[in-house]
Design a binder for this molecule. Structure first.
Ligand SMILES: [Zn+2]
Length: 454
């Protein structure tokens, strides 16, 4: 049985990826299955209103030890304009790096299709400018504006503690997460009912202020993918692979071969991989989890000559710790007649056509205005307008995303921001992270004008 779950953060969430280093703590933009699993385990025993009752260790062991593979939770932004999932780019995709000529395409091109069709195009250079292609570097691409990094200061009796200024990135509120759980047939029906019930679970660190998520889940029907011939096997989550002696390995071809039926005629034609280390932070123990080598999400193999039995075997996943979501795969049918150019998506903003925007958005500033009173109101609006204009200018000049993120992260250090409460600061960061700041400029101009009226 397969369940789709949705995590809707009630506040910021910030699941720690590894121990804090130099006062900066990385976060998972994609929440690993292990973190979701841990949050479910805590809720099972400890949730004030939705723990599993009556207490039953055997049912817990059956579910958590053997009965359930929890896949990663992928962020998606659920704005009024529609739902957008984080974009996935398999490592077989390449594109022109600098777009030096007008003929250069900004789209991704799939080397797996080129290989199948016997084309040398995009195998190493862009056909238009003849410069080396740029391969996809990250499996999941979470837009910068989906996370913010407020600087928090540890306070003792209201005074900042020396050396205790640290940055903890967190994911902004209107992003939600979706993932799947694969359940074994042996799982107790009461345990399934518990999983399907709405509840609150706590994901990641700083449990007092962050991490509360609404959990909802439903059973989904899965049809076996009708794939035969050629396919790509794409890792949606890092895979922890070991060789026949149990030593760490980065051999994707070997990992696929090891799950195929012995008489399978399928062959792995090519692989595109990147290594990475995976680690975790054990929130309860306050200790790092062991670090392991893994093939990064996005690693891809082209497999030819597959039949239904092969697809079934591979689709269960690759490598170790699959109950924690490691080694989750997606299998995509491939044919030589497919276009090499990958269908356009919103992932590449480098040549995004200008979109018509509506400049007025009444009510946009209301939450901020409600929290600001008296003399704070006017100077905050003006400081915010100055900051918004600076960011607009950086964007118009195509500044690198990290420069803009860096500026936003530094904002809480500014004198005018320090005067404001954390809630007001959050509202300001939310406004400045909007895709199109023109509406912000417009509404701020109106609000400032309103304030100036005698
Ligand atoms: Zn080019």
């Amino acid at each position: 049985m397969k369940i789709v779950y949705t995590l809707t953060p009630k506040s910021r969430i910030s699941p720690g990826r590894r121990a804090q280093v130099q006062n900066v703590r990385e976060i998972h933009e994609v929440i690993p299955g292990s973190v979701v699993r841990g949050a479910l385990g805590t809720a099972w025993w400890g949730s004030p209103d939705s723990r599993f009752e009556p207490e039953n260790q055997a049912v817990f062991d059956e579910l958590f030890a053997r009965g359930m593979d929890v896949m990663a939770a992928i962020p998606r932004s659920g704005s009024d304009a529609g739902v957008r999932e984080a974009a996935f780019t398999p490592f077989s995709w390449v594109r022109c790096k600098y777009l030096p000529t007008a003929e250069c395409s900004s789209q991704w091109h799939d080397q797996a299709v080129a290989l199948l069709s016997g084309s040398s195009e995009w195998s190493s250079t862009c056909p238009a400018c003849r410069r080396p292609v740029e391969p996809a570097k990250r499996g999941w691409n979470v837009p910068d504006e989906w996370s913010v990094s407020p600087v928090r200061t540890a306070l003792i009796n209201g005074a900042a503690l020396d050396e205790a200024l640290f940055t903890r990135p967190a994911i902004v509120k209107d992003v939600l997460f979706r993932g799947t759980i694969q359940l074994a047939d042996s799982v107790d029906p009461d345990a399934i009912a518990w999983l399907l019930a709405d509840k609150t679970i706590w994901v990641g660190g700083q449990k007092s202020t962050m991490g509360a998520c609404r959990w909802s889940a439903e059973v989904v029907e899965v049809a076996a993918p009708g794939i035969s011939g050629a396919c790509t096997v794409q890792l949606l989550a890092p895979a922890i692979i070991v060789d026949e002696f149990g030593a760490p390995s980065l051999d994707l071809e070997g990992a696929i071969r090891s799950v195929l039926p012995v008489d399978s005629p399928a062959t792995v034609t090519k692989t595109w991989t990147r290594p990475e280390t995976v680690a975790g932070w054990h929130g309860v123990a306050g200790l790092p989890k062991p670090t392991e080598w893994a093939l990064a999400a996005g690693s891809t193999a082209l497999v030819e000559g597959v039949g239904a039995a092969d697809v079934g075997a591979i689709s269960a996943g690759l490598g170790l710790r699959r109950a924690e979501g490691f080694g989750q795969v997606r299998i995509v049918a491939m044919t030589a007649s497919m276009p090499i150019e990958v269908a356009a998506d919103a992932a590449d903003s480098r040549r995004r056509a200008p979109v018509a925007v509506q400049t007025a958005s009444p009510g946009l500033l209301d939450p901020l205005m409600d929290m600001l009173s008296g003399s704070y109101r006017q100077r905050t609006l003006q400081a915010l307008q100055t900051e918004a204009r600076a960011i607009s200018t950086m964007r118009a000049d195509s500044a690198e995303a990290f420069l803009i993120t860096g500026r936003l992260n530094g904002l809480p250090n500014k004198a005018w921001m320090k005067e404001l409460s954390a809630d007001v600061q959050d509202q300001i960061l939310r406004l400045l992270a909007l895709d199109d700041l023109r509406v912000v400029h417009h509404e701020l101009d109106r609000a400032i004008e309103e304030e100036m009226k005698p």
